[in-house]
Ligand binder design. Structure first.
Ligand code: HEC
Length: 161
């Protein structure tokens, strides 16, 4: 009886361990695939935030209400370069090899993005509409400025017929 209890307890511990091992982050940090998934998710959300900011500004929303999404973009811009770690180079993604062969220029493009989004968040806080619109334009330009060199274009749609 005691032996049976020990076996059951052992089985429970083993199951619990297995469940934790499956869902817990890797002890050594995120895998390259996880880094790629995180940066792609951040990019998609940054596009949503930018669209929201453009629409809200065009509709005359009080800029102070836009501080939250604008600051979020600035946080993303500061964190994003780290997700292009060297160990992600071999993972299938839409990043071009130039991300890793022209590191200084990639970093400069990322800095332009960080500077623009910081100006955007500052202008929202200050309720400064001309500065906000200028920063919105420079932020959008910084997305394109990086993608032109560092993101492969989307695959063309399949031909009809
Ligand atoms: C410093 C360079 C850089 C900047 C700045 C940048 N991007 Fe990207 N973006 C990339 C790269 C490289 C990829 C491809 C990443 C991948 O596939 O892992 C990408 C991918 C994307 C994707 C596709 C994500 C997916 O896989 O579905 C979107 C959407 C996107 N970016 C939007 C934006 C927007 C909007 C901005 C500006 C607010 C922006 N990006 C700023 C480099 C940049």
């Amino acid at each position: 009886m005691i032996a049976a209890r020990i076996v059951i307890a052992g089985a429970l511990v083993a199951t619990g361990w297995a469940a934790t091992a499956n869902s817990a982050p890797h002890a050594a940090g995120p895998s390259p695939q996880e880094l790629v998934a995180a940066r792609q998710a951040g990019m998609v959300m940054s596009a949503s935030s930018l669209n929201l900011l453009k629409g809200a500004s065009a509709n005359g929303a009080p800029l102070k209400n836009l501080t939250f999404p604008a600051s979020g973009l600035a946080k993303w811009a500061a964190a994003m370069p780290a997700l292009f770690a060297d160990n992600t180079r071999g993972v299938a993604s839409r990043a071009t090899a130039k991300v890793w062969t022209q590191k200084a220029d990639f970093a400069a493009k990322a800095k332009a993005f960080a500077d623009s989004t910081k100006a955007l968040a500052d202008a929202a806080k200050a309720e400064d509409k001309p500065a906000f619109d200028a920063a919105l334009a420079s932020t959008a330009a910084s997305c394109k400025g990086c993608h032109d060199t560092y993101q492969t274009p989307p695959a063309p749609p399949p031909k009809a017929g």
